[in-house]
Ligand binder design. Structure first.
Ligand SMILES: C[S@@+](CC[C@H](N)C(=O)[O-])C[C@H]1O[C@@H](n2cnc3c(N)ncnc32)[C@H](O)[C@@H]1O
Length: 309
């Protein structure tokens, strides 16, 4: 059954609902992973980019000159494009022009830097691009939305096909352990112009977590909207097998925001995968790992403080 999620109304309030998500910290972790693997990508493909909260962090990386942000929901992409246009208008840094009419495609100039940003309404189970990317990323457990194992396999195959020879595929996922043990609960998020009734349901045997949302605008004249989000948890071994079968020769799995090995009962996992067999190993070293591990712990502590007060 196809369930609709990320409809126009949810896209409108998504950033408000997610206002406590530490995107800044996620971006610091990504930067550390890139440094760790000595990777300076010029082109990036972001899968399930949503309203582009992480795309904006990618834009800050000066060595990137081409970003494609892909999402199934046109409503989420429209919101992302609206945010980008506002940012460009209010920023002294960028000059911009549209490249093609009716395409969500932007060419920006920032000093000597030329940057193109393209939003694409596509399914992450089936995409291909003529120009390959040095980095493919996905954040915020978006790949768990692929609740059928064949969808995950197709996504990995498309990602492998979209990467340059030495490129990296970095993504996060909720672990199977987390999905199975999420506490079933309901609560209400009170926004300025809406109420969002949130209900968590867990089908532990199916490794499935569902969130039922009912969003009611404060305006009595407007109807409430309902949508269901479904995420499936997969064992690390399954994900590794699918990645390997899709052409990734080497994969590192981390307990998120650390450089410690990820486990099936870690909360969130980060995967770094490469088609070039030596690509990940060449840059590893125990001391380097300890340094980045410690740095991320301190970052995490500082970020937690920010959310406490
Ligand atoms: C939890 S949101 C994360 C959005 C964004 N990555 C962020 O960090 O805010 C999940 C996103 O996955 C997208 N999505 C779900 N299934 C998808 C699919 N099959 N193909 C592409 N995008 C999909 C949704 O539209 C939504 O924008």
């Amino acid at each position: 059954m196809v369930e609709h999620s990320y409809t126009t109304y949810f896209a409108e309030i998504y950033d408000d609902v997610m206002k406590n998500v530490p995107y800044q910290y996620w971006s610091r972790y990504l930067k550390d992973l890139l440094k760790y693997y000595k990777h300076q990508p010029e082109s990036v493909l972001e899968l399930a980019s949503g309203t582009s909260n992480m795309t904006f962090k990618l834009i800050e990386l000066q060595f990137i000159n081409r970003i494609t942000a892909l999402d199934l929901s046109s409503a989420m992409l429209a919101k992302a494009a609206e945010k980008l246009e506002t940012k460009i208008k209010n920023s002294q840094d960028f000059n911009y022009f549209f490249t093609e009419e009716n395409e969500m495609s932007y060419q920006l100039e920032q000093g000597k830097r030329q940057l193109s940003i393209n939003f694409k309404a596509l399914n992450m189970t089936d995409f291909s691009f003529e120009n390959k990317f040095d980095l493919v990323v996905s954040f915020f457990d978006s790949l768990n939305y692929l609740t059928d194992i064949d969808q995950l396999k197709n996504c990995f195959e498309s990602a492998a096909d979209s990467l340059t020879k030495d490129g990296l595929f970095i993504f996060d996922m909720n672990s199977i352990g987390r999905i199975k043990t999420i506490e079933e609960k309901s609560f209400v998020i009170e926004g300025d112009s809406y109420e969002c009734f949130w209900e968590d349901l867990v089908k532990s045997k199916e490794n499935l977590w569902q969130v039922k949302l009912k969003i009611c605008p404060d305006n009595d004249q407007l109807p409430c909207f309902e949508e269901t989000h479904s995420e499936r948890g997969y064992k690390i071994e399954t994900i590794l097998r699918l990645l390997k079968n899709s052409g990734f020769k080497t994969v590192d799995v981390y307990n998120a925001f650390s450089f410690a090995k990820g486990k099936n009962n870690s909360d969130r996992l980060y995967f770094a995968a490469a088609k070039n067999e030596g690509r990940l190993q060449n840059n590893q070293g125990k001391l380097k790992k300890i340094y980045y591990g410690a740095k991320n712990r301190i970052d995490y502590f500082l970020v937690s403080l920010k959310y406490l007060f």
